[in-house]
Design a protein around this ligand. Structure first.
Ligand SMILES: [Mg+2]
Length: 278
């Protein structure tokens, strides 16, 4: 999970204060009740239902890991003696493990993502494997390919993350191969690429690829991905995450500081639409 996710907690507290001291409102005025974090959380319902229930989500996961497995097989077959050892670089959250229980736990509540509750989730070690992820990783490890988990989970939760990955049967679940940190992953990618030949980068976020999208606005991140189109499916494999990602703060400058209503408006402001004639 990207830890640039910040809560709209301040405005939620402010709305709560107003509501607590307001007299009972007539029905018409209640229709104009402030749009809260709880309302905003309702917007995640379809994405979460899809991730947690759909066969189609499983299909896309299997497709991603099967493709990555083919790239591993091909690299192993082409490897010459004296070449650098092979490695897979993969993000963790929503690339190999499923944290949707954390996000589904926000639905129906006036609460947002926070660093504090996310750390509790990491230490609880309850993330599930995405369908097919453990099999893919173990097959690659068996072929002599090392796995590096380049994650923006933080160091404080590392022991929980290790416990979680070990329980899921992931290989290389150790302090050398789980590279925590924050922000731009490129320095960690570069450190690995010095000693390894990277077979494939895997992620659910454009920033999981070594293409320089970190901190870029919507137009630029889309343009960078378009410029790198030939690498998708050949050097990069992407998993679907409709729930969150760095595409979200790219919706508007200062997005994390917006009110719940402001975030909702930023989300709809980019729609292209069609409506039938009356
Ligand atoms: Mg991720």
């Amino acid at each position: 999970m990207t830890h640039t996710r910040l809560a709209g907690t301040v405005s939620a507290v402010a709305f709560g204060f107003v509501l607590a001291f307001a007299p009972a409102l007539p029905a018409a005025a209640q229709d104009k009740a402030p749009y809260t974090v709880k309302d905003l959380n309702e917007e995640s319902v379809m994405a979460l239902a899809w991730v947690q229930t759909s066969a189609e989500f499983h299909e896309l996961c299997y497709q991603a890991y099967n493709l990555a497995g083919m790239l591993v097989d091909r690299a192993v077959a082409a490897k010459q003696s004296g070449d650098k050892p092979l490695a897979v670089i993969a993000d963790l959250d929503e690339t190999l493990i499923d944290n949707s229980a954390y996000d589904a736990g926000l639905v129906g509540r006036d609460a947002s993502y926070s660093g504090k509750t996310w750390l509790e989730w990491e230490l609880a070690a309850q993330a599930r494997a995405l369908p097919g992820s453990a099999d893919f990783l173990n097959a690659a490890a068996k072929e002599g390919v090392e796995i590096f988990y380049v994650t923006n989970r933080d160091q404080a939760g590392l022991q929980g993350t290790i416990r979680n990955l070990k329980a899921l049967g992931f290989p290389y679940a150790d302090e050398k191969h789980i590279m925590t940190g924050s922000g731009d992953k490129q320095p960690r990618f570069d450190a690995i690429a010095k000693d390894y030949s990277v077979v494939v980068y895997m992620g659910d976020n454009a920033n999981d690829m070594p293409i320089g999208t970190y901190g870029k606005n919507m137009k630029d991140r889309n343009a960078i991905v378009d410029q790198n189109r030939a690498k998708y499916g050949t050097q990069f494999v992407v998993l679907p995450n409709p729930v969150y990602g760095d595409w979200e703060p790219a919706l508007a400058p200062g997005y994390w500081g917006l009110s719940p209503k402001g975030k909702d408006e930023a989300r709809t402001s980019h729609f292209y639409t069609w409506v039938p004639a009356q």
